[in-house]
Structure formats: structure tokens, C-alpha cells
Design a protein around this ligand. Sequence first.
Ligand SMILES: C[S@@+](CC[C@H](N)C(=O)[O-])C[C@H]1O[C@@H](n2cnc3c(N)ncnc32)[C@H](O)[C@@H]1O
Length: 254
Amino acid sequence: MALAGRCYYGIAATRAGRTCARGGLALLRACGLMRAFRLPLDALHLDHRLVRELMQLWSRIHWAGTDGMMPPDELLAIVRLAYACPAQGDTVELGSWVGLTTSYLAAACRARGQGDVIAVDTFAGTKEGGETYASAVKYGGSTLDAFTKNIRASGLADRIQTRVGLTTEMAARHGGRTVRFLLIDADHSYDGVKADFECWSPLVAPRGYIVFHDYAIPDVRRFVDAEVRGSAGIDPVPGAVTPNVFAVTKVAGR
Ligand SMILES: C[S@@+](CC[C@H](N)C(=O)[O-])C[C@H]1O[C@@H](n2cnc3c(N)ncnc32)[C@H](O)[C@@H]1O
């Protein structure tokens, strides 16, 4: 896996290599042979600095993006937004689970030369609607050890700060650091998303992005549509994202 990642990184580091790799991988994918290559193939369309960081990440931790909870297309949509966001400051991830998306966000921070990732989680998993949505049972009740191990392996630990606790409580203790990018992916109930938005969005800088994951979950969508979309000082981020990722930006000067 690591060797494959390094080879791919070597090839994709040059423009000609990227063009050939795109063609070759597209062919393999069209033949239905390489489902696992979907993530690296799609990543070749990102800015080369970001691709470089992602290649290094893959050579260290995994290749096809199958760990963690985030599907590859959503992961790339989010990392692309995190890289493109024009504001300055840190990136905050509410709900970090075992650190997959956290490490991608840290790669975007490094590629952008912009801030750290503040990863906020109880690491105890989530119970939603009476059903266990992100159960930490198979991790012995806490995903913190798996998170720490993955972050160490990612080679991006110097860009990641971990906050163990409730997202709402951690907002109050965040201090004066500006947030340029906020990913809300913790408690997906209406009240949970609302509380996260209300506690954390005031800390987001003008032109910063606020991204809701799991927009397809009815409670998340109901909250976003009723209380975020069309609000004063909030605009949608231009450009399509995915049906499960919804991004807004804080309008500068308001
Ligand atoms: C859907 S998972 C996050 C997935 C992760 N962003 C990823 O891409 O792999 C939700 C996480 O939010 C955490 N969580 C849920 N409610 C929380 C709360 N109120 N405060 C802190 N963490 C919470 C859970 O422990 C779980 O790890």
C-alpha cells in the first residue's frame, strides 16, 4: 500500500505524469477494474499542491480512502473546499471519529500554509434517533486511541490539535483564535446541528466557510434550510458540492 502510494506520488508530481495517470486510471476504471482507484483519480483534478500533500498522506496511511466514515467523493469535496477557502485562521472539525477527515483537512492546511486543524469530539460515538449512528462499541467505547494512532501515522500531527469534550463546551473554551473553515459533523439531530452552528459560527472569519456534512440526513437538512440558507450575512459557496455536503460562506463586511 505504502509503496503504491509512493509510486503514485512520484508519477503525479509532474504535469506529464498526471496526464498519463489520469488517462491510465480512467481507462482502468472504465473497464470496471479499479474501483479502489476512484479517489486518487478524482484527486488528480485538484490543485497540484493539494495533490502533493494527499499523495504523501496516502503513502503513509492508506490508499483508497476506505477507513473512516466519509465516502471518497464527499471527502474530496470537503478537502477541496478547505483548500480553496480564502479566509485566514484555523480549521475546526466538529466530530472527528477516527481521524480520517481530520488528516485530510490537515493536508489541506499544510498545502495552503494556513493554520491548524482543531479536532473536537467526545470520541464516545453518537446515538441518534434511538439508533446508534456512529457506535464506538467496537473501539471499546472510545475512538480516541484509534484517532491518535491514525493522526500519528498520518505524519500531520504537528497540524492537529485535539479537544476531547462536547462541541458546545469546547466552543466556549476556544479562545481568540480565528476559524477560517468549520466542518459540522458531530450530533446530527436538529438541535445538535443548531447548537453547533450557533456556538461556532460567530468564531468564523469573514469569507470563511461553514460546511455541513450529512446534509442528506432529514434533521440536518431541515435545520440548514430553515435557519441557515438565505440568512443575512450568509451566502452559499459557489460551485456544486455533493448532495450530502452543504457549504456556506460568511459575507465579508457584515
Ligand atoms: C459522523 S462521526 C464524524 C465523522 C468524521 N468527521 C469523519 O469524517 O470520519 C460523528 C462524531 O461526532 C462525535 N459527537 C457526536 N456528538 C457530539 C458532541 N455533542 N460533542 C462532541 N462530539 C460529538 C461522535 O463521537 C463521533 O465521533
